[in-house]
Ligand binder design. Structure first.
Ligand code: PLP
Length: 465
Protein backbone atom coordinates (compact mmCIF):
# COMPACT_ATOMS: atom_id res chain seq x y z
CA UNK A 1 0.00 0.00 0.00
CA UNK A 2 1.18 3.50 -0.75
CA UNK A 3 2.30 5.16 2.48
CA UNK A 4 1.52 8.67 1.28
CA UNK A 5 -1.98 7.71 0.22
CA UNK A 6 -2.57 6.01 3.55
CA UNK A 7 -1.32 8.94 5.59
CA UNK A 8 -3.33 11.52 3.68
CA UNK A 9 -6.45 9.43 4.21
CA UNK A 10 -5.64 9.70 7.93
CA UNK A 11 -5.83 13.45 7.64
CA UNK A 12 -2.16 14.34 7.33
CA UNK A 13 0.59 14.04 4.78
CA UNK A 14 3.65 13.17 6.84
CA UNK A 15 5.04 16.73 6.59
CA UNK A 16 3.17 18.46 9.36
CA UNK A 17 4.13 22.06 9.77
CA UNK A 18 3.17 23.44 13.12
CA UNK A 19 -0.37 21.98 12.98
CA UNK A 20 -2.17 19.97 15.60
CA UNK A 21 -0.98 16.34 15.31
CA UNK A 22 -3.77 13.98 14.29
CA UNK A 23 -3.19 11.71 17.31
CA UNK A 24 -2.88 14.42 19.96
CA UNK A 25 0.03 16.57 21.13
CA UNK A 26 1.52 19.44 19.24
CA UNK A 27 4.03 19.11 16.42
CA UNK A 28 7.43 20.72 15.93
CA UNK A 29 7.89 24.21 14.63
CA UNK A 30 7.84 24.99 10.92
CA UNK A 31 10.86 23.55 9.13
CA UNK A 32 11.89 21.25 11.96
CA UNK A 33 11.78 17.50 11.56
CA UNK A 34 9.11 15.83 13.69
CA UNK A 35 10.34 12.50 15.05
CA UNK A 36 6.73 11.29 15.30
CA UNK A 37 6.06 11.57 11.55
CA UNK A 38 7.02 7.96 10.99
CA UNK A 39 4.54 6.88 13.68
CA UNK A 40 1.69 8.70 11.96
CA UNK A 41 2.64 7.02 8.70
CA UNK A 42 3.16 3.53 10.17
CA UNK A 43 0.54 1.19 8.81
CA UNK A 44 2.12 -2.25 8.59
CA UNK A 45 -0.09 -3.67 11.31
CA UNK A 46 -3.28 -2.05 10.03
CA UNK A 47 -2.93 -3.84 6.69
CA UNK A 48 -3.15 -7.21 8.43
CA UNK A 49 -5.85 -5.92 10.78
CA UNK A 50 -8.02 -4.77 7.88
CA UNK A 51 -7.74 -8.26 6.41
CA UNK A 52 -8.80 -9.77 9.76
CA UNK A 53 -5.46 -11.54 9.83
CA UNK A 54 -3.56 -9.73 12.57
CA UNK A 55 -2.16 -12.52 14.76
CA UNK A 56 -0.40 -10.59 17.53
CA UNK A 57 -1.41 -9.40 21.00
CA UNK A 58 -4.35 -11.80 21.18
CA UNK A 59 -6.19 -11.39 24.43
CA UNK A 60 -6.22 -14.41 26.74
CA UNK A 61 -9.00 -14.32 29.32
CA UNK A 62 -8.11 -17.51 31.15
CA UNK A 63 -5.72 -20.46 31.04
CA UNK A 64 -7.01 -23.94 31.72
CA UNK A 65 -4.33 -26.62 31.44
CA UNK A 66 -2.96 -26.57 27.91
CA UNK A 67 -5.77 -24.41 26.65
CA UNK A 68 -6.27 -20.66 26.70
CA UNK A 69 -9.69 -19.06 26.65
CA UNK A 70 -10.10 -16.25 24.13
CA UNK A 71 -13.51 -14.54 23.90
CA UNK A 72 -15.11 -17.57 25.55
CA UNK A 73 -13.53 -20.13 23.23
CA UNK A 74 -10.87 -22.68 24.25
CA UNK A 75 -7.76 -22.86 22.08
CA UNK A 76 -5.03 -25.48 22.37
CA UNK A 77 -1.86 -23.54 23.11
CA UNK A 78 1.01 -24.46 20.80
CA UNK A 79 2.53 -21.01 20.82
CA UNK A 80 4.09 -20.77 24.26
CA UNK A 81 7.52 -21.63 25.63
CA UNK A 82 6.01 -23.31 28.67
CA UNK A 83 7.80 -26.53 27.73
CA UNK A 84 7.31 -28.37 31.03
CA UNK A 85 3.88 -26.95 31.82
CA UNK A 86 5.27 -25.40 35.01
CA UNK A 87 3.66 -21.97 34.57
CA UNK A 88 0.39 -23.45 35.84
CA UNK A 89 1.89 -26.00 38.26
CA UNK A 90 0.16 -25.83 41.63
CA UNK A 91 3.34 -26.04 43.71
CA UNK A 92 4.94 -23.28 41.65
CA UNK A 93 1.90 -21.03 41.92
CA UNK A 94 1.69 -21.65 45.69
CA UNK A 95 5.38 -20.78 46.13
CA UNK A 96 4.84 -17.53 44.24
CA UNK A 97 1.91 -16.65 46.50
CA UNK A 98 3.85 -17.53 49.64
CA UNK A 99 6.79 -15.35 48.56
CA UNK A 100 4.43 -12.45 47.93
CA UNK A 101 2.90 -12.84 51.39
CA UNK A 102 6.31 -12.86 53.02
CA UNK A 103 8.13 -10.14 51.06
CA UNK A 104 5.38 -8.12 49.37
CA UNK A 105 4.45 -7.48 45.76
CA UNK A 106 7.81 -6.11 44.60
CA UNK A 107 11.33 -5.16 45.65
CA UNK A 108 10.86 -1.55 44.48
CA UNK A 109 14.44 -1.12 43.42
CA UNK A 110 17.70 -2.78 42.47
CA UNK A 111 19.54 -5.28 44.63
CA UNK A 112 22.65 -3.16 44.28
CA UNK A 113 21.09 -0.24 46.10
CA UNK A 114 17.96 -1.52 47.79
CA UNK A 115 19.06 -4.92 49.11
CA UNK A 116 18.75 -8.62 48.32
CA UNK A 117 15.90 -10.69 49.55
CA UNK A 118 16.92 -14.13 50.73
CA UNK A 119 15.10 -15.72 47.78
CA UNK A 120 17.43 -14.00 45.27
CA UNK A 121 20.43 -15.51 46.98
CA UNK A 122 18.78 -18.93 47.32
CA UNK A 123 17.91 -18.97 43.62
CA UNK A 124 21.45 -18.00 42.62
CA UNK A 125 22.87 -20.77 44.80
CA UNK A 126 20.35 -23.34 43.52
CA UNK A 127 21.14 -22.50 39.89
CA UNK A 128 24.91 -22.59 40.46
CA UNK A 129 24.56 -26.03 42.03
CA UNK A 130 22.25 -27.28 39.27
CA UNK A 131 24.56 -26.06 36.49
CA UNK A 132 27.76 -26.98 38.34
CA UNK A 133 29.07 -23.43 38.09
CA UNK A 134 30.87 -21.35 40.70
CA UNK A 135 28.52 -18.43 40.61
CA UNK A 136 25.25 -17.07 39.18
CA UNK A 137 23.82 -13.58 38.76
CA UNK A 138 20.08 -13.00 38.30
CA UNK A 139 18.74 -10.41 35.85
CA UNK A 140 15.20 -9.05 35.58
CA UNK A 141 14.82 -10.60 32.09
CA UNK A 142 16.82 -12.85 29.80
CA UNK A 143 17.03 -9.91 27.42
CA UNK A 144 18.89 -7.95 30.12
CA UNK A 145 21.18 -10.91 30.86
CA UNK A 146 22.38 -10.85 27.23
CA UNK A 147 22.57 -7.07 27.26
CA UNK A 148 24.52 -7.08 30.54
CA UNK A 149 27.12 -9.57 29.37
CA UNK A 150 27.63 -8.05 25.93
CA UNK A 151 27.86 -4.46 27.08
CA UNK A 152 30.05 -4.88 30.14
CA UNK A 153 32.54 -7.62 29.25
CA UNK A 154 33.78 -6.22 25.95
CA UNK A 155 35.85 -3.26 24.81
CA UNK A 156 36.05 -1.44 21.50
CA UNK A 157 39.07 -3.46 20.35
CA UNK A 158 37.20 -6.76 20.93
CA UNK A 159 35.03 -8.83 18.58
CA UNK A 160 31.75 -10.68 19.11
CA UNK A 161 31.39 -13.69 16.82
CA UNK A 162 27.63 -13.94 16.42
CA UNK A 163 25.63 -16.72 14.72
CA UNK A 164 23.29 -15.15 12.15
CA UNK A 165 20.24 -16.80 13.72
CA UNK A 166 20.93 -15.65 17.28
CA UNK A 167 18.01 -14.18 19.18
CA UNK A 168 17.06 -10.49 18.91
CA UNK A 169 18.22 -9.85 22.48
CA UNK A 170 21.73 -10.93 21.46
CA UNK A 171 21.60 -8.81 18.32
CA UNK A 172 20.54 -5.80 20.40
CA UNK A 173 23.21 -6.58 23.00
CA UNK A 174 25.78 -6.60 20.19
CA UNK A 175 24.51 -3.24 18.94
CA UNK A 176 24.83 -1.74 22.41
CA UNK A 177 28.28 -3.25 22.98
CA UNK A 178 31.44 -1.25 22.23
CA UNK A 179 32.89 -4.35 20.51
CA UNK A 180 32.73 -5.06 16.80
CA UNK A 181 30.08 -7.64 15.86
CA UNK A 182 31.11 -10.25 13.30
CA UNK A 183 28.17 -12.37 12.11
CA UNK A 184 28.85 -15.82 10.70
CA UNK A 185 26.73 -18.36 8.77
CA UNK A 186 24.22 -20.17 10.93
CA UNK A 187 25.61 -23.09 12.89
CA UNK A 188 28.78 -23.32 10.80
CA UNK A 189 32.05 -23.96 12.64
CA UNK A 190 33.89 -23.47 9.34
CA UNK A 191 32.39 -20.01 8.85
CA UNK A 192 33.37 -19.23 12.43
CA UNK A 193 36.94 -20.33 11.71
CA UNK A 194 37.13 -18.10 8.61
CA UNK A 195 36.06 -15.09 10.69
CA UNK A 196 38.40 -15.84 13.58
CA UNK A 197 41.35 -16.35 11.28
CA UNK A 198 41.14 -12.74 10.11
CA UNK A 199 41.19 -11.23 13.60
CA UNK A 200 44.43 -10.05 15.21
CA UNK A 201 45.72 -11.83 18.30
CA UNK A 202 45.39 -8.58 20.20
CA UNK A 203 41.57 -8.53 19.80
CA UNK A 204 39.56 -10.10 22.60
CA UNK A 205 37.17 -12.65 21.05
CA UNK A 206 33.78 -13.79 22.25
CA UNK A 207 31.70 -16.49 20.54
CA UNK A 208 27.99 -16.00 21.25
CA UNK A 209 25.44 -18.64 20.23
CA UNK A 210 21.97 -19.82 21.11
CA UNK A 211 21.97 -23.37 22.48
CA UNK A 212 18.64 -24.02 20.76
CA UNK A 213 17.72 -21.49 18.09
CA UNK A 214 14.36 -19.95 18.86
CA UNK A 215 12.86 -20.01 15.35
CA UNK A 216 14.44 -23.02 13.64
CA UNK A 217 14.62 -25.28 16.72
CA UNK A 218 18.17 -26.24 15.69
CA UNK A 219 20.65 -27.34 18.33
CA UNK A 220 23.95 -25.49 18.09
CA UNK A 221 26.92 -27.54 16.90
CA UNK A 222 28.73 -26.73 20.11
CA UNK A 223 31.39 -29.47 19.99
CA UNK A 224 32.72 -28.17 16.66
CA UNK A 225 32.31 -24.49 17.53
CA UNK A 226 34.03 -24.59 20.88
CA UNK A 227 36.95 -26.53 19.37
CA UNK A 228 37.48 -23.79 16.78
CA UNK A 229 37.00 -21.08 19.42
CA UNK A 230 39.63 -22.69 21.63
CA UNK A 231 42.21 -22.69 18.81
CA UNK A 232 41.85 -18.92 18.54
CA UNK A 233 41.68 -18.05 22.24
CA UNK A 234 38.02 -17.10 21.86
CA UNK A 235 35.75 -17.21 24.95
CA UNK A 236 32.44 -19.07 24.56
CA UNK A 237 28.95 -17.90 25.63
CA UNK A 238 25.80 -20.00 25.21
CA UNK A 239 22.24 -18.66 25.50
CA UNK A 240 20.27 -21.59 26.92
CA UNK A 241 16.84 -19.90 26.80
CA UNK A 242 15.19 -22.74 24.83
CA UNK A 243 17.49 -25.51 26.07
CA UNK A 244 16.97 -25.20 29.81
CA UNK A 245 14.48 -27.87 30.88
CA UNK A 246 14.75 -29.44 27.43
CA UNK A 247 18.30 -30.73 26.84
CA UNK A 248 20.92 -32.21 29.13
CA UNK A 249 20.70 -35.13 31.57
CA UNK A 250 18.51 -33.14 34.00
CA UNK A 251 17.44 -30.26 31.76
CA UNK A 252 20.61 -28.22 32.33
CA UNK A 253 20.80 -27.24 28.64
CA UNK A 254 22.95 -27.70 25.55
CA UNK A 255 26.29 -27.27 27.31
CA UNK A 256 25.60 -30.22 29.61
CA UNK A 257 23.91 -32.16 26.81
CA UNK A 258 27.28 -32.16 25.01
CA UNK A 259 29.29 -32.64 28.23
CA UNK A 260 31.09 -29.34 27.63
CA UNK A 261 30.57 -27.55 30.93
CA UNK A 262 34.30 -27.08 31.47
CA UNK A 263 34.77 -25.69 27.93
CA UNK A 264 32.09 -22.99 27.95
CA UNK A 265 32.86 -19.76 29.77
CA UNK A 266 29.41 -18.34 30.38
CA UNK A 267 25.93 -19.81 30.35
CA UNK A 268 22.95 -17.52 29.96
CA UNK A 269 19.40 -18.66 30.70
CA UNK A 270 15.88 -17.38 31.13
CA UNK A 271 13.03 -18.22 33.48
CA UNK A 272 10.47 -17.23 30.86
CA UNK A 273 10.29 -20.63 29.20
CA UNK A 274 10.66 -24.03 30.92
CA UNK A 275 10.68 -22.45 34.37
CA UNK A 276 7.31 -20.85 33.65
CA UNK A 277 7.89 -17.28 34.79
CA UNK A 278 10.19 -14.40 33.80
CA UNK A 279 13.74 -13.29 34.50
CA UNK A 280 17.20 -14.36 33.41
CA UNK A 281 20.65 -15.26 34.67
CA UNK A 282 24.31 -15.62 33.82
CA UNK A 283 26.34 -18.51 35.24
CA UNK A 284 30.13 -18.66 35.23
CA UNK A 285 33.26 -18.34 37.29
CA UNK A 286 33.23 -16.27 40.46
CA UNK A 287 35.50 -13.43 39.23
CA UNK A 288 33.47 -12.94 36.04
CA UNK A 289 30.14 -12.97 37.87
CA UNK A 290 31.46 -10.59 40.54
CA UNK A 291 32.67 -8.25 37.79
CA UNK A 292 29.22 -8.33 36.15
CA UNK A 293 27.54 -7.77 39.52
CA UNK A 294 29.41 -4.45 39.77
CA UNK A 295 29.50 -3.44 36.10
CA UNK A 296 26.36 -4.60 34.30
CA UNK A 297 24.22 -1.48 34.26
CA UNK A 298 21.04 -3.33 33.32
CA UNK A 299 21.48 -5.35 36.52
CA UNK A 300 22.53 -2.47 38.75
CA UNK A 301 20.06 0.16 37.66
CA UNK A 302 16.80 -1.72 37.34
CA UNK A 303 14.41 -3.24 39.84
CA UNK A 304 15.23 -6.79 40.88
CA UNK A 305 13.05 -9.84 40.32
CA UNK A 306 9.80 -9.63 42.28
CA UNK A 307 9.40 -12.04 45.23
CA UNK A 308 6.58 -13.92 43.45
CA UNK A 309 8.81 -14.50 40.42
CA UNK A 310 11.85 -15.53 42.48
CA UNK A 311 9.89 -17.86 44.77
CA UNK A 312 8.04 -19.40 41.81
CA UNK A 313 11.22 -20.00 39.80
CA UNK A 314 12.97 -21.55 42.80
CA UNK A 315 10.09 -24.00 43.15
CA UNK A 316 9.94 -24.67 39.38
CA UNK A 317 13.64 -25.57 39.43
CA UNK A 318 12.92 -28.01 42.25
CA UNK A 319 9.86 -29.55 40.55
CA UNK A 320 11.81 -29.95 37.30
CA UNK A 321 14.47 -31.96 39.11
CA UNK A 322 11.99 -33.99 41.18
CA UNK A 323 9.82 -34.89 38.18
CA UNK A 324 12.19 -35.87 35.35
CA UNK A 325 9.24 -37.57 33.63
CA UNK A 326 8.19 -34.12 32.43
CA UNK A 327 11.27 -33.82 30.24
CA UNK A 328 10.77 -37.39 28.98
CA UNK A 329 7.18 -36.63 28.02
CA UNK A 330 8.22 -33.37 26.35
CA UNK A 331 10.55 -35.33 24.08
CA UNK A 332 7.92 -37.98 23.39
CA UNK A 333 5.48 -35.26 22.33
CA UNK A 334 8.12 -33.42 20.28
CA UNK A 335 9.13 -36.56 18.38
CA UNK A 336 5.48 -37.35 17.66
CA UNK A 337 5.05 -33.89 16.15
CA UNK A 338 8.29 -34.06 14.12
CA UNK A 339 7.20 -37.34 12.60
CA UNK A 340 3.56 -36.30 12.24
CA UNK A 341 4.30 -33.09 10.36
CA UNK A 342 6.89 -34.73 8.12
CA UNK A 343 4.56 -37.57 7.20
CA UNK A 344 1.92 -35.00 6.21
CA UNK A 345 4.41 -33.44 3.80
CA UNK A 346 5.23 -30.29 5.80
CA UNK A 347 8.70 -28.83 5.78
CA UNK A 348 9.84 -28.44 9.40
CA UNK A 349 13.40 -27.49 8.51
CA UNK A 350 16.17 -28.91 10.62
CA UNK A 351 14.53 -28.78 14.04
CA UNK A 352 15.62 -31.33 16.60
CA UNK A 353 13.69 -29.91 19.54
CA UNK A 354 10.19 -28.99 20.85
CA UNK A 355 10.38 -25.80 18.74
CA UNK A 356 8.81 -26.93 15.46
CA UNK A 357 8.58 -24.35 12.65
CA UNK A 358 6.09 -25.17 9.91
CA UNK A 359 7.27 -23.55 6.71
CA UNK A 360 4.55 -21.68 4.85
CA UNK A 361 6.69 -19.36 2.71
CA UNK A 362 4.49 -16.40 1.81
CA UNK A 363 3.93 -14.05 4.73
CA UNK A 364 0.31 -13.33 3.91
CA UNK A 365 -0.40 -17.05 3.70
CA UNK A 366 1.23 -17.54 7.09
CA UNK A 367 -1.11 -14.91 8.55
CA UNK A 368 -4.05 -16.59 6.92
CA UNK A 369 -2.88 -19.97 8.20
CA UNK A 370 -2.62 -18.70 11.78
CA UNK A 371 -6.09 -17.17 11.59
CA UNK A 372 -7.62 -20.42 10.33
CA UNK A 373 -5.87 -22.31 13.12
CA UNK A 374 -7.27 -19.86 15.65
CA UNK A 375 -10.77 -20.29 14.30
CA UNK A 376 -10.32 -24.06 14.54
CA UNK A 377 -9.30 -23.76 18.23
CA UNK A 378 -5.50 -23.69 18.00
CA UNK A 379 -3.32 -20.83 19.26
CA UNK A 380 -0.12 -20.52 17.22
CA UNK A 381 1.77 -17.50 15.95
CA UNK A 382 3.35 -16.87 12.56
CA UNK A 383 6.89 -15.54 12.29
CA UNK A 384 7.69 -13.34 9.32
CA UNK A 385 10.74 -11.44 8.06
CA UNK A 386 13.03 -10.44 9.69
CA UNK A 387 12.35 -12.85 12.56
CA UNK A 388 12.93 -15.45 9.82
CA UNK A 389 14.46 -15.12 6.34
CA UNK A 390 12.43 -13.30 3.71
CA UNK A 391 10.09 -15.65 1.83
CA UNK A 392 10.34 -18.26 4.58
CA UNK A 393 7.44 -17.30 6.83
CA UNK A 394 6.60 -19.99 9.33
CA UNK A 395 4.00 -20.95 11.86
CA UNK A 396 6.18 -21.30 14.92
CA UNK A 397 4.84 -24.11 17.06
CA UNK A 398 6.24 -25.44 20.32
CA UNK A 399 5.18 -28.37 22.43
CA UNK A 400 4.70 -29.03 26.10
CA UNK A 401 5.13 -32.08 28.30
CA UNK A 402 1.49 -31.67 29.30
CA UNK A 403 -0.05 -31.83 25.80
CA UNK A 404 -2.27 -34.90 25.43
CA UNK A 405 -2.26 -37.36 22.52
CA UNK A 406 -5.73 -36.17 21.53
CA UNK A 407 -4.66 -32.53 21.49
CA UNK A 408 -1.59 -33.29 19.38
CA UNK A 409 -3.57 -35.46 16.95
CA UNK A 410 -6.08 -32.65 16.53
CA UNK A 411 -3.24 -30.19 15.82
CA UNK A 412 -1.84 -32.47 13.09
CA UNK A 413 -5.25 -33.07 11.49
CA UNK A 414 -6.02 -29.36 11.47
CA UNK A 415 -2.66 -28.40 9.97
CA UNK A 416 -3.16 -30.97 7.21
CA UNK A 417 -6.60 -29.58 6.40
CA UNK A 418 -5.53 -25.92 6.36
CA UNK A 419 -2.28 -26.69 4.53
CA UNK A 420 -4.32 -28.20 1.68
CA UNK A 421 -6.90 -25.42 1.70
CA UNK A 422 -4.22 -22.74 1.38
CA UNK A 423 -2.08 -24.69 -1.03
CA UNK A 424 1.06 -24.13 1.02
CA UNK A 425 2.89 -26.91 -0.75
CA UNK A 426 2.69 -24.94 -3.98
CA UNK A 427 4.32 -21.88 -2.41
CA UNK A 428 7.58 -20.58 -3.84
CA UNK A 429 9.42 -21.49 -0.65
CA UNK A 430 8.63 -25.11 -1.49
CA UNK A 431 9.24 -24.78 -5.23
CA UNK A 432 12.15 -22.41 -5.60
CA UNK A 433 13.98 -22.26 -2.31
CA UNK A 434 14.56 -18.98 -0.56
CA UNK A 435 15.29 -15.34 -1.22
CA UNK A 436 17.74 -14.02 1.30
CA UNK A 437 17.81 -10.53 2.68
CA UNK A 438 19.73 -8.88 5.46
CA UNK A 439 18.21 -9.02 8.91
CA UNK A 440 18.04 -5.43 10.08
CA UNK A 441 15.62 -5.32 12.97
CA UNK A 442 12.10 -6.47 13.65
CA UNK A 443 9.38 -4.95 11.57
CA UNK A 444 6.14 -6.22 10.21
CA UNK A 445 5.00 -5.90 6.67
CA UNK A 446 3.15 -8.01 4.18
CA UNK A 447 5.56 -9.42 1.67
CA UNK A 448 3.58 -9.96 -1.46
CA UNK A 449 1.05 -7.36 -2.51
CA UNK A 450 -0.33 -9.52 -5.34
CA UNK A 451 -1.03 -12.44 -3.02
CA UNK A 452 -2.31 -9.97 -0.47
CA UNK A 453 -4.84 -8.60 -2.97
CA UNK A 454 -6.07 -12.11 -3.78
CA UNK A 455 -6.53 -12.90 -0.14
CA UNK A 456 -8.13 -9.54 0.47
CA UNK A 457 -10.76 -10.51 -2.08
CA UNK A 458 -11.61 -13.83 -0.49
CA UNK A 459 -11.13 -12.97 3.16
CA UNK A 460 -14.38 -11.03 3.51
CA UNK A 461 -15.75 -13.34 6.18
CA UNK A 462 -12.74 -12.73 8.43
CA UNK A 463 -12.52 -9.00 7.95
CA UNK A 464 -12.70 -6.96 11.13
CA UNK A 465 -11.73 -3.44 12.05
C1 PLP B 1 17.17 -17.36 22.64
C2 PLP B 1 16.56 -16.33 23.53
N1 PLP B 1 17.37 -15.60 24.31
C3 PLP B 1 16.87 -14.65 25.13
C4 PLP B 1 15.52 -14.41 25.20
C5 PLP B 1 15.02 -13.32 26.10
O1 PLP B 1 14.50 -13.90 27.25
P1 PLP B 1 13.45 -13.15 28.19
O2 PLP B 1 12.11 -13.49 27.71
O3 PLP B 1 13.74 -13.75 29.54
O4 PLP B 1 13.77 -11.71 28.14
C6 PLP B 1 14.65 -15.16 24.44
C7 PLP B 1 13.19 -14.91 24.51
O5 PLP B 1 12.41 -15.20 23.68
C8 PLP B 1 15.17 -16.15 23.57
O6 PLP B 1 14.37 -16.88 22.78
Amino acid sequence: MDHKKQSSSNGHNGHLKGHEAPHGGSTSHIGHKDIFTKCYEFNHHTKAQSLGLYPYFRRIDDTVGNKVICRGEAKIMIGSNNYLGLAQNERVVEAAIEATRKYGAGCTGSRFLNGNIQLHEELEEALAKFLKRESVLLFSTGFFANQGALTSLLEDTDAILCDRENHASIIDGCKASPAKTIPFAHNSAEALRRRLKRLPETAGKFLVVDGVFSMSGDIVDLPAMQKVAKEYGCRVYVDEAHALGVLGPKGEGTVHHFGLNSEVDLIMGTFSKSLGSMGGFLAGSKPVIEYLRHKARCFMFTASLAPAVTGGVLKALQVMQEEPERIEQLWKNSRKMHEGFKSLGFNIGTTQTPVVPILVGSEIKALHFAQKLFEAGIFATPAVFPAVRYGEAIIRTSYMATHTEDELDYVLETFAKIGKELGVFEDSAYREGTKRRANNGYDFDVQDEKVSETLRADSGTHTQA
